[in-house]
Design a protein around this ligand. Sequence first.
Ligand SMILES: Cc1cc2nc3c(=O)[nH]c(=O)nc-3n(C[C@H](O)[C@H](O)[C@H](O)COP(=O)(O)OP(=O)(O)OC[C@H]3O[C@@H](n4cnc5c(N)ncnc54)[C@H](O)[C@@H]3O)c2cc1C
Length: 438
Amino acid sequence: MKDKAMSREYEVVVCGGGPGGVAAAIAAARLGARTCLIERYGHLGGLATGGLVILIPHLSGGTQLQEVKGICWEVIEYLDKMGGALHPLQEELGKDDVETVNKWEHYFSVVVEGRVRMSVYTDPEALKYVLQELLKESGVDLILHSLIVDVLTEGDRISAVITYSKSGRQVIKGEIFVDATGDGDVMAAAGEDFVTEWDPSNRSSTVALVFRLGNVDTEEFFKYKRSNFNTYAQLMEELRQKVGFRALPMPSWRKDVVWVNNWMAGIDPLDVMDLTRAETEIRKASVVIYEFLKANVPGFQRSFILDTAPQLGIRGSRRLIGRYVLTKEDIYKGEKFPDTVAVFPPIEHNVSEQYPYVYFPLRALLPRKTRNLIVAGRCFSSDGWFNDLYNLITHCFCMGQAAGTAAALAVDRKQDLQEVDIGALRASLLNQGVFLGE
Ligand SMILES: Cc1cc2nc3c(=O)[nH]c(=O)nc-3n(C[C@H](O)[C@H](O)[C@H](O)COP(=O)(O)OP(=O)(O)OC[C@H]3O[C@@H](n4cnc5c(N)ncnc54)[C@H](O)[C@@H]3O)c2cc1C
């Protein structure tokens, strides 16, 4: 194909439009950096929309305090205005009384060890709209339908990414690059070291093709589950044996829609034939799962397959080996790094009474070689155990906000990312309403 010559130049080039990329682009543009976001598909949100992953969990950790705010919460407040989110009220956070717990008991990640957390069920179509509007309001240039296929480098810096689209090959130049492709495509192309191994017991070693069922009576489903807990568990085990992997219906932001999450093992997310196998085998199984639910579980009798995710659900692929590698031990140490840029309530309640939070240092987003590259999202530098727990949408939004802020500061001060003043970076994040554990 003949290339339509296009060479654009930006200060910050964000690669990938999932939660990590969108937050990075918004943060960088709001701080005045000329920013673009490049996305291979025609919509924003990554797995949170295209993957039909419609749960943004653990914005709070079981107390009355909601720790995660910033761009992640801004998105949810925007969704609320559109009626595109379902979550507990602020005054319900931390509650453990029977009435409140019963209200939320079927909503995975809302009631954790008997207490209510801020976990949000979203409408993926509304989320696509909200992310697009927030990018536009922030002044980000959006380049959709463009797959990043390579990088151009000069010494230890990236000078441009190469995209491929219906316009042919194009060159997008920049000063700072954010790899938010989820799979770490840019860092890999730049020659950074990474790992791809996952322990088979990690959730992130599996892939999914999420699908949704419409016209479900979730009240009837919940009632059945509550009074037939063991029978339901046996049915789900029977279904697992029938299709060869676990599949579970999960509630959504609407009472008549469920999303069916699933976990297929043995797929290499960087092998196109494995991706093809996962897509086709899970699609085939989705009909079996649907018919099984319809025949056996009250509430599904009049349901239908509403849609399957346009994007295969990759839970984990490349992980950067960066300037700091977060490990399982870091979860339990509660170490406050001097360069902490994101802080989260633990996924498991009370991992440590003494250290109630999990800390992310900037170094876990910085590669070892390339001086003008930062990662944001699930490819952050970590072992499989840490990544498995803290690669959720909430965490990716927050990593993105930190990465975009660091990128804008580097541009403003004409510095490499490794030289960014940590005090100024943290001050800017606090100013944006980000919780840093204080
Ligand atoms: C089935 C499933 C269930 C999950 N359940 C939950 C859950 O309940 N709650 C939760 O919070 N998290 C859940 N997760 C995890 C969560 O969805 C992801 O970890 C999170 O979305 C990662 O965000 P990200 O921005 O790093 O990457 P992604 O969401 O993967 O976004 C990356 C973006 O980059 C684009 N891109 C990739 N490569 C290129 C390229 N070469 N050129 C241009 N664009 C590119 C992609 O199209 C995509 O838009 C689940 C994941 C899966 C798969």
